[in-house]
Design a protein around this ligand. Structure first.
Ligand SMILES: *[C@@H]1O[C@H](CO)[C@@H](O)[C@H](O)[C@H]1NC(C)=O
Ligand SMILES: *[C@@H]1O[C@H](CO)[C@@H](O)[C@H](O)[C@H]1NC(C)=O
Length: 330
């Protein structure tokens, strides 16, 4: 999904401009996540966070009602005054949200405990065109979304969601604030924060790659494992090859996060033991500038034989010569 806007970006970048304004492979969306847990009629907890694609850049301290800025550039180009105003809006929202939900629990026929999740943000499409979104879920099921300034109940939300949207439509002021945050504030923040965090977001970190063998999948079979780790950004292509031929039967795991913000991927191949020799693992990544990493299966074995040949053969020849020389002398 994220690749499409990227391709569009590549096409729309004006010619002659050798540094495109947004040379991001990802992330190009910003969203806030809300998780509100209601344990019983007196206990509720809000968790909030802010994300640039896969990268968390904001937390929320619900005791003090303030944002936690996880990166030095998490405020983007917003002034401290504007940030403080936004924190105030979210502080009031979280308190009001819990109160409104608790007040309507019996009316909406909800049973404790339950959890409400919300996600809202905006995504960069092409150039500086953005698209905004807001979605809510109840008990893990889609409940509503917010489109063109109004609340739209989800099918999975049933009559409860319709009821909620009817209730919501009575609060015009809130709809206006949400619309402004989604359509004006979010895109402006996104463009600013992408610029402020450019050095970190556009960094290129090369993968390290290595091979290992996994548990044999069956008698006479081998599981070859190719690991690539420590790379950034996330898009990577790891393939098992024979010559220029990509091997079928590879299994690609998920691209997993490392603690330092880089990524890790393993790709396995199930082969008959006799066919493993000559296979290579090829790692392609933007940081490598076209110089793919190529690892040869069994190369450690053949390297040992080369060493053996290189050491043993001359030694044996020398010994034979010595033997012949001594034999002649005697
Ligand atoms: C409400 O839930 C909280 C958290 O689970 C618990 O500590 C508290 O005792 C509960 N209160 C009541 C009245 O059940
Ligand atoms: C921040 O950057 C965005 C995009 O470049 C711009 O539209 C906005 O005016 C800047 N300033 C503030 C305070 O948002």
């Amino acid at each position: 999904m994220l690749l499409l806007p990227l391709l569009l970006l590549a096409d729309l970048t004006p010619g002659g401009d050798n540094e495109p304004r947004h040379a991001f492979q990802e992330p190009i969306s910003f969203h806030l996540i809300q998780i509100s847990s209601f344990a019983n009629s007196t206990w509720a907890q809000n968790q909030g966070s802010g994300w640039l694609g896969d990268l968390q850049i904001h937390g929320w301290d619900s005791d003090s009602g303030t944002a936690i800025f996880l990166k030095p550039w998490s405020k983007g180009n917003f002034s401290n005054e504007e940030i403080a105003k936004l924190e105030e809006i979210f502080r009031i929202y979280f308190i009001g949200f819990v109160r409104v939900v608790q007040d309507h629990v019996s009316e909406f026929q909800m049973k404790y405990p339950f959890e409400i999740q919300g996600m809202a943000g905006c995504q960069l499409l092409s150039g500086e065109t953005t698209e905004s979104f807001l979605m809510g879920a109840l008990g893990g099921l889609s409940f509503l979304s917010f489109e063109n300034g109004s609340c739209v109940p989800s099918a999975a939300g049933g009559s409860r969601a319709q009821w909620f949207c009817t209730l919501f439509s009575q609060y015009e002021g809130i709809a206006d604030i949400i619309t402004k945050l989604l359509l004006e504030t979010c895109p402006r923040f996104l463009l600013g924060v992408l610029e402020a965090g450019k050095a970190e977001l556009q960094r290129q970190v090369k993968p390290k790659a290595w091979l290992s063998s996994g548990p044999p999948p069956g008698p006479g079979r081998l599981l070859l494992v190719c690991h690539a780790s420590g790379f950034y950004p996330k898009p990577v292509r790891v393939t098992w090859m024979r010559g220029e031929q990509e091997q079928p039967g590879t299994h690609q795991g998920d691209v997993l996060p490392n603690a330092d913000g880089t990524w890790y991927l393993r790709v396995t191949l199930d082969v008959a033991a006799g066919e493993a020799a000559g296979l290579t693992c090829r790692v392609r990544h933007s940081s490598l500038g076209g110089q793919d990493i190529v690892l040869y299966w069994g190369s450690s074995v053949s390297r040992i034989s080369v060493i053996l040949l290189a050491v043993i053969l001359p030694t044996s020849i020398l010994l034979i010569c010595l033997a012949v020389w001594f034999w002649r002398r005697w």
